[in-house]
Write a protein that binds this ligand. Structure first.
Ligand code: ADP
Ligand code: ADP
Length: 233
């Protein structure tokens, strides 16, 4: 699915005390960005430039003040099942085994147990953890837990995968393994991926397009990219 971000502005307004003047942070100012279906885009930029805000707005988790975001031709105004967000920490349910964690979104959908387990197994296989289906999350390493989180995100076959520094908390070797996993997943699912990172190396290694969010005088945090675009060889 394609993503079209059109003139999007986001301001956070905070009132420190009742009656005091509000403090306003402009997180994004009139941002335009078009992402083609099936593209793997990395969103790069210094801390505080609005990357997470933009990703959460695409996911329908943060309200848009001005402009609009279209995903697959439909405006986003609330969380949608065809969009999946993966965070830095996977927040697995500790008392449920790996299989039931991956199957959880399908359980919420009311899918019968046998069917959701079968589907969940398929996605555990995709992330290389089918041998760990019966384990509890705490029995797995951090990298393996993050893979469970990715499998859970993919289990509803989303057309768009939104990832907010998903490997930021992992050591270098684990990160490399997961990066390779992700490329394989992208290849197999053909989903559109928007990947927030502040590592240029990671962006270069993974994505076929890099978009830079950068503060500019007068136009705070406006997207000035695509600064670079390359096809994978
Ligand atoms: P990044 O992900 O690039 O670090 P964020 O989207 O997290 O940037 O933040 C962009 C700006 O908006 C920052 O100045 C941040 O302090 C501010 N901000 C983010 N979330 C909130 C919030 N819930 N309330 C107030 N300000 C926020
Ligand atoms: P982290 O990713 O947190 O470093 P790894 O994924 O590298 O952890 O795995 C940690 C340990 O778990 C490794 O020693 C490895 O033997 C084991 N492990 C990880 N994934 C699998 C797997 N798919 N099958 C069997 N063992 C695995």
């Amino acid at each position: 699915m394609s993503i079209s971000i059109q003139g999007v502005t986001k301001r956070y307004v905070r009132r420190v005390a009742p009656g005091s003047p509000p403090s306003v942070t402009t997180a994004l100012d009139d941002v335009d960005l078009d992402i083609e279906a099936g593209q793997f885009v990395s969103l790069l930029g210094p801390s505080g430039c609005g990357k997470t805000t933009l990703l959460r707005m695409i996911a329908g988790l943060v309200q848009i003040d001005e402009g609009r975001i279209m995903v697959g031709g439909k405006a986003v105004d609330s969380p949608r099942r065809d969009l999946c967000m993966v965070f830095q920490s996977p927040s697995l349910l500790p008392w449920r085994n790996v299989l039931d964690n991956v199957a959880f979104p399908l359980e919420l959908d009311g899918m019968p147990k046998a069917q959701r387990h079968q589907t969940a197994r398929q996605f555990l296989r995709l992330v290389g953890l089918d041998a760990f289906a019966e384990h509890l999350p705490h029995e797995l390493s951090g990298g393996m837990q993050q893979r469970v989180g990715i499998a859970r995100g993919l289990v509803r076959n989303p057309a768009v995968l939104l990832m907010d520094e998903p490997f930021g908390a992992l050591d270098a070797q684990t990160r490399e393994t997961l990066q390779a996993d992700l490329l394989r997943i992208w290849d197999q699912t053909k989903c559109t991926i928007v990947f927030v990172t502040h590592s240029i190396d990671e962006a270069l290694m993974l994505s076929d397009r890099i978009v830079v969010l950068k503060p500019r005088p007068g136009r705070i945090n406006r997207i000035i990219g695509p600064a670079f675009r390359a096809d994978r060889l």
